[in-house]
Design a protein around this ligand. Structure first.
Ligand code: SF4
Length: 140
């Protein structure tokens, strides 16, 4: 596996620090989980110039970055405060699923986990309908 550049690593570290603060979330209690996601984001930043989510498979990464759906912090995070990579989670290490639609994979895997700071984050929550349309039409 390629080692990402210092610049990208620093940028991702700043993103993580700012975004946990903004959303009232924390990084995973197991630092190896956080490190793996951080490296993946930094590698994608080097390769694609964008921090594409490293926890998903994309048939074509260049095509994918034309959409902002999975650029970190992704639409699911900004709309539902759900991070499927477990980078932005609650103190107990669980992702927040409270705001997800019931048929979302996050609900199916984790059940309903409450948001301890509902007054923080979700700047794009008004785009939920659009996101669900996209999930049906362009599953990625
Ligand atoms: Fe970032 Fe979203 Fe991936 Fe979490 S799931 S690391 S918020 S892109």
């Amino acid at each position: 596996m390629e080692i990402p550049s210092e610049n990208s690593l620093e940028m991702i570290q700043r993103l993580i620090e700012a975004y946990t603060k903004k959303t009232g979330t924390t990084t995973h209690p197991d630092p190896e989980v956080t490190e793996a996601v951080k490296l993946g984001l930094a590698r994608n930043k080097d390769e694609l110039k964008k921090p594409l989510c490293p926890c998903r498979f994309y048939p074509d990464k260049q095509e994918e970055i034309k959409h902002r759906t999975w650029i970190c912090p992704c639409d699911d995070m900004q709309i539902y405060k759900y991070c499927h990579c477990l980078l932005f989670v609650r103190k107990d290490g669980l992702p927040i699923t409270e705001h997800l639609p019931e048929d979302h994979e996050g609900r199916q895997i984790y059940g309903e986990t409450k948001d301890p700071t509902p007054d923080k984050g979700r700047p794009l929550k008004h785009q939920a309908e659009e996101r669900e349309r996209e999930r049906r039409e362009r599953p990625s």
